[in-house]
Write a new protein. Sequence first.
Length: 363
Amino acid sequence: MSRTVAHVVGARPNFMKMAPVFDALAALDQPQLLIHTGQHYDEKMSDIFFRELGIPEPDVNLGVGSGSHATQTAALMTGLEATVLEHEPAAMVVYGDVNSTIAAALVCAKLGIPVVHVEAGLRSFDNTMPEEINRRVTDVLADLLLVTSPEAYGHLADEGLDVDKVRLVGNPMIDTLLKHRARFDAAPVKAAAGLPDRVAVSTLHRPANVDDPVVAQQIVDALKQVAKSIDVAIPLHPRGRQRLADLGLVSGDGIHVIDPLGYVDFVSLVSGADLVITDSGGVQEETTILEVPCLTVRPNTERPITITHGTNRLVTPAELAPAAEAVLSGEVDFPTDRPPFWDGRAGQRCATEIVAFLDRLGA
Ligand code: UD1
Ligand code: UDP
């Protein structure tokens, strides 16, 4: 039996979660295979993160690209099945909640390849989110569930999953943040983008916000309202870019629509922001550690620990502008204790658990 551990990544947030796990396994001389599905493929959605985070070139790139959920997931599964059959890894590590994650879990479960899920057990309890479906199915299929926050145990137990498979390892995305902290410098990023010193940063890409024209219009109008008080920099995800532009989200009057940024520039800008407005999962976590106030334009979050132990607040589009005013005028207090184990050593804990798991398998 091979002892190789394979990793599947495909979309932007996967890369910063995988990097510390890969590095920690490499430090243990663990043989590894890195599979990039190509779900994200623009230079600024993919390659830049490999360069900036020092991630090795993937061993395999499936080049799957975009499509409807069924088209994309089918292509992901077809490509992954052939790759797994060729390489026969001892285990497959999957990250987060994107289509590449569920596709890899399904393929491996049916081929009898054990699945390790990093960032297991998060739940928004909102099945209108594609990610919630991906999380639930991936967790059912996983053999080792590595969780970022303690409430995941309860979610997994409530779904009848065996909590003996669960380990609290902390947050590998925060490992990446802490590892690169010395590189973050907001001033040159602001200068290059023509931004003033005082700035809010916004990212938006959830289908519920950018695909629905009624909601999207409410958010565009709210951002314009916020921009009357503070310049708003919006590194815009390719999803919905055209729709948001058609609805009036264009540069001018304090709004700065820019291309997606690389990791170092993005986190630099966030670290030097007065406020963040987002619907991203990862950005809720990063702002918690950077201690930058974060308004999340969603009705729920699978990351409630960023509210109880961080700087995050949920807002509706109608609440966004007044909530931003309250933050900017210093009216909002945030909890002071940070989530347990978000300490820069989650990758090492993942690696320790994965190696012990391989030993139990007899790999
Ligand atoms: C995906 C994930 C989402 C995650 C987000 C991170 C799923 C179901 N969704 O959403 O959970 O928060 O990534 O960024 O997996 N596109 C490009 N260039 C690219 C990639 C995408 O132009 O490099 C455009 C295409 O028009 C594509 C659209 O973005 O159709 C959506 O891409 P897709 O990967 O399907 O989903 P995301 O919205 O990016
Ligand atoms: N990010 C980035 N450049 C950007 C926007 C986001 O590097 O222009 C990073 C961000 O710091 C975080 C990750 O991308 O680490 C989050 O990915 P995204 O918001 O696309 O996905 P989600 O976390 O919502 O699944």
